[in-house]
Structure formats: structure tokens, C-alpha cells
Design a protein around this ligand. Structure first.
Ligand code: SF4
Length: 636
């Protein structure tokens, strides 16, 4: 069998032959087995919305031009992409709701496993939400913040925008969104409305359907903003920490437990409990004790708050099991491959699901809720310790590949670092450097891995082009994982790849912040739910300059966008006025109307637009050009 490895990660190249020799199919094999992929689906021209279907519209005009109900290519494509935005918004917002409900109960003193670890952030959030903080205890304030947050899932007044988006973007942007009728008033209602209007026989006007989708994407922004901010208050606001990334962080001498998924509610407690159970692991024969490693965005969450090393990102999650030294993989929600239990069965690895609404065939399930958080954490750690005893030494193969990564640059951490340069006016040094051109602009890398690309490769190529052109780089999610694993999130990368102006700024700020060298080339802002952190920073800049977000030399890039969540993120980024690169061909090109609306029409509507370019070299050049034009618009 020919081994196809569409990855630039050396660890993946080292472990795929192990899969082959064991007769295990990985994501790369399954990708190959799917070729050629459905052309109708790739163009967005397949409709499965009702049981008269599925219907397909012929892209070449030879066959049917409409579905059985009469829906044409534009309606079908618009419905499909709007539904993706709704699913993304639902995913992030469920995550946010889970955190908000937990915080409300923390405020009532009902969840002893959790605390408010950052009361300063809690107060700052309360003030942003215009909650009276006077004479309130930390717990009272937590309750009030959570309660007001939950109103964003309940408000029925269409004229009132959700609290979180209203408190998070410039007024000019809010007014523009309100005028277009896309400002969400209620996350749940907005998602439900997209599902309702895209039901058979409802909204068939493609532009109207698409704008409904954008409203859902902005509800996604609202949900992810609240998830990030409340998590910071409960678990701590990230600050820079030095750690390591890539598969070599799995330790032969330790009980290795990978936390995989997105929601920090259980992984935080696993980190706490692992310290008290460390001796039990040593007693079981593992001299290194317990070694927690991260995968995907749960990995980002514990990496930025505890310095837990990152084993890998989305596409290579199966590789962690192939090392033969992973004793348990504990998963929560989102982006978890259903193939994991099957691969775990070929080794000794316990694959453990923990959420009642996120189970997998063949996995062990340990039901988690916040009331039993500590007991659940103990249980899964004990399963890992027991599994350690069943390891087959002959199957252990841990490629010695890992890179230093400096992570944890929340918006607050960035402001703290800048405050070391100008304590009175921390934004001033950043603004001054943007005006002088030492920093040409800012790029946020977000999104997933995708088998349509070579894993992690486009991230690195585009980042190097932008860095050489003095663009400040931020990253979240599996994009952040790509940079951390491949050595672009450390000080050496700054020395190697930053243009002179950018290098001088990163060095000055890094030295002032006591890092004995520059800031890393790419600033790690967290998991994919944390993209709102970049908007916090951008909003501060826009407000200071009295401009809208669309006026800033700011771009976003999702070189390997894959999930419905990524579609939602890219779409709110456009809605907030940011030119947003997609390195994956979106499933919309079957409709010229929708394609033109996304790449051109959105410029007039929002100032932001989708910039589709699958060639990473060209994408880097185009993003530099966008930033240059934005600078010209500002007269700098
Ligand atoms: Fe076909 Fe219309 Fe049903 Fe879609 S909604 S499957 S186009 S009949």
C-alpha cells in the first residue's frame, strides 16, 4: 500500500509507517479512499434538505438546473452555507452556555471544584457589561455576570443587540450591522431562524439567506466572546509561559494522558487532580508520574493557562495513540475523530468520552458534569494509570520531535507587555509602530487542519511571507498548534523570519517584558473559541483612532478552514469588516451569485470580504497587498 502523508509535520511522517505496519487506517488513508470526492457537494450544488431529494444541479448546464421543488443553484448554495454558519454558531455557543451556567452555579457556591481564579478580570467583564460592581463579593459578581450573559440566549426584543457583541466591537461597526439587520439579539433564536428560513419552501432569495447566515455568524462571535471571557475569569487569564509542542512531549517514563476537544471545564480539573494523583502513577511503576499533554483546542486551553505541552493539532490526533505510549485520551466536544476508539483498541490506550451529548462507538464513557468534576477526573486518571500497566514495550515509538513554544498572549498579556514600554499609555507604542511602518499591519491566523491541504504547510508559508513584510502575527486554534509544533512560536523564529521593523519591535517589547529576547514570531492567543481576543485588541486600536475595524490594516487567514465553526468564524470576521483569507475552496462555487456576493458584494456591505486563494505563496502576497491598501486608506 502506498503511504500518502499530506503533512509537513515530521512526527506525522515518522508515525504513518507505524500505522501501515499495524494495518491501521489513518485520516490520510481515509482521505485517499474518498477520492474522487463528489463534485456536486464540492460546488455546494447538492441539496438534502427534504426527502423528495437529494437533488443536484448540473454545474455545466446540461442536466437539471433546479431541484424538484424549484430551488435553483443560488438558493441551494446559499442555504447550504448559511446552515454551516448556524451549526458553527451552535457549537461555540453551546460551549459558551456550558461555561456561563457553570459560572452562575459557582456564584451560588454550588460547585466546589471551581473558583474565580481571576477576580480582576471578572470585575473588568462586569464593567464592560455595565453591571454594578459596588459592594459585591466575587461570588455575587460571578453570579450576576453569568446571569446577564445568559440573557444573550433569552432576549426576545429584536431591537436590543446581544450584550456581548455590543460590549466588544466599535460603535461604528454596531451601527453598520444594525442598519443591515444582521445584529443578533439572541444566539439561540438566530440559529433557530436560520434553520427555519432554510426549511423547504421558505427563504429562497440567495442574498437574503446569506445575510441571515451572517447574522448567525455574528451570534457565533457573541457566543465565543462570552466563552473566552468567562473562562478567563474562572480559570485565569493567560499570560506568557514557555512550553513545548509536538509528539515528543509524550514521555515513555510517565502515565501519559491526552486531553482533546475544546471545553476546559473537565481538563482544568484533570490538571488539578493529576498533581494529587501523581504518586499513584509512580507507585504503579511510572517514574515520571502523570504527564498531561494537549491535543486540538482543549490542548490550547491547558497550554496557555498551565504550560501543559501540546502533543499535536486536529489532523494528527490519531498519531498520539500510534506512539504506543499514550495511556488515555480524554475527549470532551468538537473536532474529535470517531476513529480514535478503533485505533486505541490496537494499542492499550483508553479512549474516554466525557460529555453526554458527545459519545463515540467503542469508547469508554465516563459521564461528566460540574457537580462530579473531581470524581470524574480521578476516575479517568485511574483508568490511565491502569492502562499504563498494559503497555506493550515493543509497540512504543515516540519520535523525538518537539519545539519550544512561548504561548499565552491574551489581549491583557499583550497590553501588559506593551505597558512595560509605556506604562501610562500602553497602546501608544503599538500605534506608533503601525504609523511609522515598523509594523505594517496585523494578521490573525485561525482555523483548522484540512486534508485538502498539506497539514500545517500553508500556515508556515503565509506566516513567513507576512513576517518578512513586517506584519504582526496572532494565532489561535489548530493554526496556533501548527506554529507551535513547527517552531514558529519561539524567539528563534523571530530572529530568523521577522523583517527588520517587526524584529526591532518584538525585541524591544520582549526585552522590556523581561523575556531576555524578542517576543515569539507568532503570538499565541488561545483556542479557536478565543478568536475574540484579537477583536478586543483591534477594537481598542479602532476606538483609539476613531475608525471602524474595516479601516485598520488588519487581515485574517484560515489556510486550512474545515469545520462549520471555521465557516462561522470566517463569516463573522467578514461581517466585522476584516478581509478574510480562505485557503480551502469553499463549497459555494456552484453559484456565481453567492460566490460574487461573498468575494465582492460583502466589500460594500461590510468592508470585509472572503479572499479565496489556495496557493499559500500567492495568498501571502495578496494579504500583504491588502494591508498596504488599508494603510493608504488611513493615510499612513
Ligand atoms: Fe430537492 Fe428542493 Fe428538497 Fe432540496 S428542498 S432536496 S432542492 S426538493
Amino acid at each position: 500500500m502506498e503511504i500518502i502523508v499530506k503533512s509537513s509535520d515530521d512526527a506525522v511522517a515518522a508515525l504513518c509507517p507505524v500505522a501501515e505496519s499495524e494495518g491501521i487506517a489513518t485520516v490520510f488513508d481515509r482521505y485517499k479512499a474518498q477520492q474522487p470526492q463528489c463534485g456536486f457537494g464540492s460546488l455546494g450544488l447538492c441539496c438534502r434538505i427534504c426527502w423528495k431529494g437529494p437533488c443536484r444541479v448540473d454545474p455545466f448546464g446540461d442536466g437539471p438546473s433546479e431541484g424538484i421543488c424549484g430551488a435553483n443553484r443560488d438558493t441551494i448554495v446559499a442555504r447550504n452555507v448559511a446552515r454551516m454558519m448556524a451549526a458553527g454558531a451552535a457549537a461555540h455557543s453551546e460551549h459558551g452556555r456550558h461555561i456561563a451556567l457553570a459560572m452562575q452555579r459557582v456564584g451560588k457556591g454550588e460547585l466546589p471544584a471551581y473558583q474565580i481564579r481571576d477576580p480582576k478580570k471578572l470585575t473588568a467583564i462586569a464593567e464592560r457589561l455595565q453591571i454594578d460592581t459596588k459592594d459585591k463579593s466575587v461570588l455575587q459578581l460571578a453570579h450576576d455576570v453569568a446571569t446577564k450573559t445568559l440573557e444573550d440566549y433569552q432576549n426576545q426584543d429584536h431591537h436590543k443587540g446581544c450584550h456581548w457583541i455590543s460590549a466588544s466591537v466599535p460603535k461604528k461597526r454596531l451601527d453598520r450591522l444594525a442598519k443591515l439587520g444582521v445584529l443578533p439579539h439572541n444566539i439561540d433564536a438566530t440559529v433557530a431562524q436560520i434553520m427555519a428560513r432554510t426549511h423547504i419552501g421558505c427563504d429562497a432569495e440567495p442574498g437574503n439567506v446569506f445575510l441571515g447566515g451572517i447574522k448567525g455568524a455574528l451570534a457565533d462571535f457573541n457566543g465565543m466572546s462570552l466563552a473566552t471571557e468567562l473562562s478567563d475569569a474562572m480559570f485565569g487569564t493567560p499570560a506568557p509561559v514557555v512550553t513545548e509542542a509536538n509528539i515528543g512531549v509524550i514521555d515513555r517514563q510517565s502515565v501519559n494522558i491526552a486531553v482533546n476537544g475544546h471545553n476546559p471545564l473537565l481538563s482544568e480539573v484533570i490538571c488539578d487532580v493529576s498533581r494529587e494523583m501523581n504518586q499513584a502513577a509512580i507507585d504503579a511503576g511510572a517514574p515520571g508520574g502523570i504527564n498531561i499533554v494537549g491535543i486540538c483546542c482543549t490542548g490550547n486551553e491547558v497550554m496557555m493557562r498551565h504550560g501543559v505541552p501540546l502533543a499535536t493539532n486536529y489532523l494528527s490526533q490519531e498519531m498520539a495513540i500510534l506512539t504506543g505510549a499514550l495511556d488515555a485520551m480524554v475527549v470532551d466536544v468538537q473536532c474529535i475523530m470517531p476513529s480514535l476508539p478503533q485505533i486505541g483498541d490496537c494499542f492499550h490506550t483508553e479512549v474516554i468520552t466525557t460529555m453526554a451529548d458527545n459519545k463515540m462507538q467503542g469508547a469508554r464513557h465516563v459521564d461528566f458534569c460540574e457537580d462530579n468534576a473531581t470524581a470524574t477526573a480521578r476516575k479517568v486518571i485511574q483508568f490511565a494509570i491502569d492502562a499504563y500497566g498494559r503497555r506493550d514495550a515493543n509497540k512504543i515509538n515516540i519520535p523525538d520531535i518537539k519545539r519550544t513554544a512561548v504561548v499565552g498572549f491574551s489581549a491583557e498579556a499583550v497590553m501588559d507587555a506593551l505597558a512595560q514600554v509605556d506604562a501610562v499609555d500602553p497602546l501608544k507604542p503599538l500605534l506608533d509602530h503601525i504609523v511609522t511602518g515598523n509594523i505594517q499591519g496585523i494578521a490573525l491566523f485561525a482555523g483548522c487542519n484540512n486534508t485538502q491541504s498539506v497539514q500545517d504547510e500553508s500556515y508556515q508559508k503565509i506566516a513567513k511571507t507576512l513576517a518578512a513584510n513586517n506584519v504582526l502575527l496572532l494565532a489561535t486554534g489548530c493554526g496556533a498548534g501548527a506554529f507551535a509544533k513547527n517552531g514558529l512560536m519561539n524567539q528563534q523564529a523571530t530572529e530568523l523570519y521577522a523583517g527588520e521593523g517587526l524584529k526591532a519591535v518584538l525585541t524591544a517589547v520582549g526585552e522590556a517584558a523581561g523575556l531576555n529576547g524578542p517576543l515569539p514570531l507568532v503570538l499565541h492567543m488561545g483556542s479557536c473559541v478565543d478568536n475574540s481576543r484579537a477583536i478586543t485588541l483591534a477594537t481598542a486600536l479602532a476606538n483609539r483612532l476613531n475608525v471602524d475595524l474595516s479601516d485598520l490594516p488588519l487581515v485574517a487567514s484560515a489556510p486550512e478552514a474545515m469545520s462549520e465553526k471555521a465557516v462561522a468564524i470566517a463569516s463573522w470576521s467578514v461581517g466585522l469588516g476584516i478581509p478574510t483569507h480562505l485557503g480551502t475552496m469553499p463549497h459555494v462555487t456552484g453559484s456565481q451569485v453567492v460566490t460574487e456576493l461573498m468575494t465582492e458584494g460583502t466589500k460594500d456591505l461590510f468592508g470585509g470580504y472572503y479572499l479565496v486563494e489556495t496557493d499559500p505563496d500567492l495568498a501571502g502576497e495578496k494579504l500583504v497587498e491588502v494591508i498596504r491598501n488599508k494603510r493608504l486608506g488611513l493615510g499612513i
